[in-house]
Design a protein around this ligand. Structure first.
Ligand code: CDT
Length: 308
């Protein structure tokens, strides 16, 4: 049986604060139509895809903050996306801000199959930024204030003919993200991101933003012999520039498709889910070569400590 699926990274250009969800969903439907025209089976939308990247602002008013969150999924505004994807037989990954019935807030993604059923949910684990207002910054990055650390781990789901996992933005910089899924024999990791080019605490890193984006996703793909799809929300949003470079990366570590704009753009690639098998059987045969007894520090210690 063919284990080839066609994947689309559905990059979004900027979403300004004044743009409502209905506007954004309309843009997503255009990308979904392009995907259908290209025979795409699975579309990957960005992190927090339905609104502007609101953690750039300090907000004390809970009602204002809640305006960026979804209480249900699908919602009235996102139902057309679910219906259109189902009608076209396309599965999708969607990132959004989740407000639970208990009042908990997470940076979340869902995996929806071709029948329109939510088959998986992931809540972002590596939350970057800070939790207090830092007025010296031109833009805040208050993910640590507005979201709880995800509590679902990194599951891998059997769906759409393969073994699929999810991560969100900053997770892609951490090898643990991929390895936890690699140990579940993941074949395709889906990642949405919003990455401001300027990192206020370390502006000397800014010139390397795209390089570090590629480096981390390509390394994660290669060392776990998995496909990785990384989809950006990018361009100048409310005066803040965010990088594009949405990419589809093979288990070889090679980039097989990449966005060339900082706007709405669909990147399509043919994904052979068996391509990683030869790596998983040789160089990265985990059962044969990994030595977990020697890796204890990884789970026992969070911060680095120099030897005495
Ligand atoms: N959204 C997100 O996770 N962005 C981060 C910015 C890091 S700088 C605070 C990222 O890793 O791309």
């Amino acid at each position: 049986m063919s284990r080839i699926i066609t994947v689309g990274a559905a990059q979004l250009g900027p979403i300004q604060r004044a743009h409502g969800r209905a506007d954004v969903v309309r843009r997503m439907l255009v990308l979904l139509d392009q995907a259908a025209g290209n025979g795409v089976d699975l579309v990957v939308f960005p992190e927090l895809a339905l609104t502007t990247f609101f953690p750039r602002w300090y907000m004390e008013d809970e009602a204002e903050l809640d305006g960026f969150f979804e209480r249900e999924m699908p919602s009235r505004e996102t139902a057309p996306l679910f219906e259109a994807a189902k009608a076209r037989g396309i599965g999708f990954y969607l990132g959004y801000a989740e407000l639970t019935p208990e009042g908990r807030r997470f940076n979340t993604s869902i995996l929806v199959d071709k029948a329109g059923t939510i088959v998986g949910k992931y809540r972002k684990i590596h939350l970057p930024g800070h939790d207090q207002h830092e007025p010296w910054r031109a833009f805040q990055h208050l993910e640590k204030r507005y979201f709880e650390v995800g509590d679902l781990g990194w599951p891998v789901w059997r769906t759409m003919g393969g073994q699929l996992g999810m991560a969100i933005c900053n997770d892609r910089r951490w090898p643990e993200t991929y390895r936890v899924m690699g140990l579940q024999d993941v074949e395709l990791v889906l990642i949405g991101y919003n990455t401001p080019r300027h990192n206020p605490p370390a502006p000397d890193h800014d010139r390397l933003s795209e390089f570090h984006n590629q480096l981390s996703m390509q390394a994660g793909a290669y060392a776990n012999a998995t496909w990785v799809v990384g989809t950006a929300k990018c361009g100048v949003e409310e005066g803040c520039e965010m990088i594009g470079n949405s990419s589809i990366i093979a288990p070889t570590g090679e980039v097989v498709g990449q966005a060339t704009t900082q706007d709405d753009e669909l990147v399509v690639a043919r994904v052979d889910l068996d391509l990683g098998r030869s790596y998983k059987a040789t160089t990265f045969n985990f059962a044969r070569h990994r030595q977990p007894d020697q890796y204890r520090l990884i789970v026992e210690r969070a911060g680095a400590r120099a030897p005495d």
